[in-house]
Design a protein around this ligand. Structure first.
Ligand code: PEP
Ligand code: MN
Length: 282
């Protein structure tokens, strides 16, 4: 198997900083992305967007098209979900991170997304990665749940080769023999990717653990290991969520997490990209 080139540290020594409008991912300031697993309704998204914007978070996640293991599970609100994301983004001044499921949907999702998310299940969809390489939008490339770090960097290479240099990697846990958690968060992959590549890497401890109580400790561990940011699932009523409620934080827990991540960031000579209206988080 040939090695990656454009994604390597040898090719480019300085860290890549991905610009998303006036925000940056991969710079000294850590980026926080929070929001529901799926966009479910206008009320749901408004509550959550309001909560995260009060914390000063600049990026909101939310799936309008959901890749579900079972075809009987909620598949997302699709176009309506994209429109709801846009509405909330304008109201609360949030950048939108949302998943694009395949090539046929790039055109539809493109105008609504500030960052196009490529899900774990799609990391090896090479034809799709080539198409994303032709776009000019930042791409959040999740690690395939059964992929090695080398395969992941080669997937990034497909996007870079197309001319799109705005790739953000996202460690979201891998499958191991241990089924006591949904996935095994590969913390070692974070500093390893930093050695091997100039691309920014963030962590998703929500998919990475599948368990609400583990999201904060793994968030702190990821930042300590050198991650450039976090993607966190949050819901105003997690028990009612249509997907991934069990791993979604309550809004009050997100506030605690942000306060602790801020302290951890300082220990790592980093700061948080936040404009909080809540005094102890400023
Ligand atoms: C998600 O972010 O909700 C998601 C489906 O992620 P992954 O592709 O990592 O499973
Ligand atoms: Mn999810």
């Amino acid at each position: 198997m040939s090695d990656y080139k454009l994604a390597s540290r040898q090719y480019k020594n300085e860290n890549t900083i991905v610009k998303v409008g006036n925000e940056s991912i991969g710079a000294k300031e850590l980026c926080l992305i929070a929001g529901p697993c799926a966009v479910e309704s206008e009320e749901q998204l408004d509550e959550i967007a309001k909560g995260i914007s009060e914390l000063g978070i600049k990026f909101m996640r939310g799936g309008a098209y959901k890749p579900r293991t079972s075809p009987y599970d909620f598949q997302g609100l699709k176009k309506e979900g994209l429109q709801l994301l846009q509405k909330a983004s304008l109201k609360y001044d949030l950048k939108i991170v949302t998943e694009v499921l395949d090539t046929s949907l790039i055109e539809e999702v493109y105008p609504y997304a500030d960052v196009l998310q490529v899900g774990s299940r799609n990391m090896k969809n090479y034809q799709f990665l080539k198409e994303l390489g032709k776009t000019d939008k930042p791409i959040l490339l999740k690690r395939g749940m059964s992929s090695t770090v080398k395969e992941w960097l080669l997937a990034a290479e497909y996007i870079l080769l197309g001319g799109n240099e705005k790739v953000i990697l996202c460690e979201r846990g891998i499958r191991t023999f241990d089924n006591s958690v949904r996935n095994t968060m590969d913390i070692a992959a974070i500093p390893l990717v930093k050695e091997l590549s100039h691309l920014p890497i963030i962590a998703d401890p929500s998919q990475g653990t599948g368990k609400r109580s583990l999201v904060k400790p793994l968030s702190l561990a990821s930042i300590a290991a050198g991650a450039d940011g976090l993607m966190i699932e949050v819901h105003h009523e997690p028990e009612e969520a249509l997907s991934d409620g069990f791993q979604s934080l309550y809004l009050s827990q997100l506030e605690e997490l942000v306060a602790e991540v801020k302290k951890q960031a300082q220990l790592s000579q980093r700061s948080l990209n936040l404009e909080s209206k809540i005094p102890h988080i400023i």
